[in-house]
Design a protein around this ligand. Structure first.
Ligand code: NAP
Length: 481
């Protein structure tokens, strides 16, 4: 195990590094090597309650700080993340397998939410409403929602946390973060940097556990938690929503996707191939905005499949810490099995493998292109969450839109065309929260990230992000003569 000054294995609660009440721990392994990196404290419901109590006790004083004071703490935290960029990135690659170049990019991306919301903290303006009566004055203010909980996935061990806690901390909320059991080390590393930044005890808490369903129940059922922001799969999002009903908890749900990537006959094919590679194979196909279905118009189908397959064949697979590697391992055995199942199902239903199509050693899978895909295939309906690109064929613009929208999901979508009128028509017709037009990489802290339909609700990042961590209060001043 290489030296890394940011490794912490205890949870961070009320300004203290603490073990689970039970004394239990769980192992964190490197998916590229199968080796154990560290053993981390394994908390239960009672431990979770203690973290919630700490956040609740810290809330009134933190809520009453000025926006400028909060912004200053956040700015210090942001600077610390960038100072420790290399160590954070290496830790991330070791626990989730993404290649180092992408991990370095994630530190910048993740930290950018803290910088952005530190700036936004000072701009949470209210309103003065023209009165309906001469003796009354109507004012609207925005206030922090209270204790906010965050449950996050392993595919962005840092950015999915900062995208939630950025607006929460800026708004004056205190937070309890529950990272996934696969990648708790990055979460604990940024908790350590939050401590160094000087957040008062109880404002920022991170609890680790291998029993996420118990922790989830406590976070949903505890009345001291006023807001739950979740990023993860749609089935788990539905469970959390159901569990949150009795306390009518405010929810933001950033869930799964089934992103279409449409290539029209008038597209710049070289640019489309480049965009598809970036969007499909980023993090080995394990992001919620990764392309899941490539739809290509008749006239350019063969040309696209040939050039795309060539580009996929050139991708270098390996341990993300090694130089020049572009594609890492799947996160775990379950992820690998899903990829194998989707490929076998597609081949049985008529897909033609033009590149890859087989597992490599350990948790690695050869980047794959499946031509002649059809809507009857499993991969057409479910996220493959791996390095497999099925290519479907279509004839008309209407058919492309119908195929693209024929899914329960509505997170990210992409298309390539040089026709301006078509760009508007298609962008407006796609039932997705985000549309990339002649662009395969669209995530940024300055734009709203989120989905429609069963991809969830709420938006993260951008000027819209703050609203999900604030209450609107209307004040009516009467008796003014
Ligand atoms: P997941 O299984 O839903 O897990 C996400 C988080 O929820 C983890 O912290 C997990 O902890 C926890 N969890 C699992 N079951 C739970 C339960 N019953 N109660 C409370 N918490 C529970 O998803 P994943 O496989 O880690 O992540 C991949 C999914 O996330 C994909 O569907 C992807 O599209 C989606 N995603 C969406 C976005 C977005 O912004 N829309 C971004 C990234 C990823 P444990 O891992 O410890 O069980």
């Amino acid at each position: 195990m290489e030296q890394n000054s940011l490794i912490r294995t205890e949870a961070y609660v009320n300004g203290q590094w603490v073990k689970a009440g039970s004394g239990k721990t769980f192992a964190v392994t490197n998916p590229a090597t199968g080796k154990v990196i560290a053993s981390v404290t394994d908390m239960d419901r009672a431990d979770t309650r203690r973290a919630i109590d700490a956040a609740h006790a810290a809330w009134p004083a933190y809520r009453d700080t000025t926006a400028k004071e909060r912004a200053s703490l956040m700015r210090t935290w942001f600077n610390l993340m960038l100072e420790h960029k290399e160590e954070l990135a290496r830790l991330m690659t070791m626990e989730c397998g993404k290649v180092l170049q992408e991990s370095l990019g994630e530190v910048d991306y993740g930290a950018s939410f803290i910088e952005w919301f530190a700036e936004e903290a000072k701009r949470t303006y209210g309103d003065v409403i023209p009165s309906y009566s001469r003796d009354r004055r109507l004012v609207v203010i925005k206030q922090s929602v209270g204790v906010a909980a965050a449950i996050t996935p392993w595919n962005f061990p840092l950015a999915m946390i900062t995208r939630k806690v950025g607006p929460a901390l800026a708004a004056g909320s205190t937070v309890v973060v529950k990272p996934p059991s696969e990648t708790p080390l990055t979460a604990l590393a940024i908790a350590y940097l939050a401590e160094k930044a000087g957040f008062p005890p109880g404002v920022y808490n991170t609890i680790t556990s291998s029993n996420s369903s118990d922790i989830g129940k406590e976070l949903c059922e505890n009345t001291k938690v006023r807001k739950l922001s979740f990023t993860g799969s749609t089935p788990v999002g539905k469970i959390l929503m159901e569990q949150s009903a009795p306390t009518l908890k405010k929810l933001s749900l950033e869930l799964g996707g089934n992103a279409p990537f449409i290539v029209f006959e008038d597209a710049d094919i070289e640019a489309a191939v480049k965009g598809a590679i970036l969007s499909k194979f980023r993090n080995n196909g394990q992001t919620c905005v990764c392309v899941n279905r490539v739809l290509v118009q008749d006239q350019v189908y063969d040309e696209f499949v040939e050039k795309f397959s060539e580009a996929v064949a050139a991708l270098k697979v390996g341990n993300g810490l090694e130089k020049d590697v572009q594609v890492g391992p799947l996160i775990n055995e379950k992820g690998l099995e899903k990829v194998k199942e989707h490929v076998e199902d597609a081949i049985a239903k008529g897909a033609r493998v033009t590149e890859g199509g087989k597992p490599l050693d350990g948790l690695f899978y050869k980047p794959t292109v499946l031509a002649d895909a059809n809507p009857g295939m499993l991969i057409s309906r479910e996220e493959v969450f791996g390095p497999v690109a099925p290519v479907f064929r279509f004839s008309t613009e209407e058919e492309a839109i119908q195929l693209a929208n024929d899914t329960a999901y509505g997170l990210a979508s992409y298309f390539y065309s040089k026709d301006v009128a078509r760009c508007w028509r298609v962008a407006e017709a796609l039932e997705y929260g985000m549309v990339g037009i002649n662009e395969g990489m669209i995530s940024t802290e300055v734009a709203p990230f989120g989905g429609m339909k069963e991809s969830g609700f709420g938006r993260e990042g951008s000027k819209y992000g703050m609203d999900y961590f604030m209450e609107i209060k209307y004040m009516c001043f009467g008796g003014i003569k």
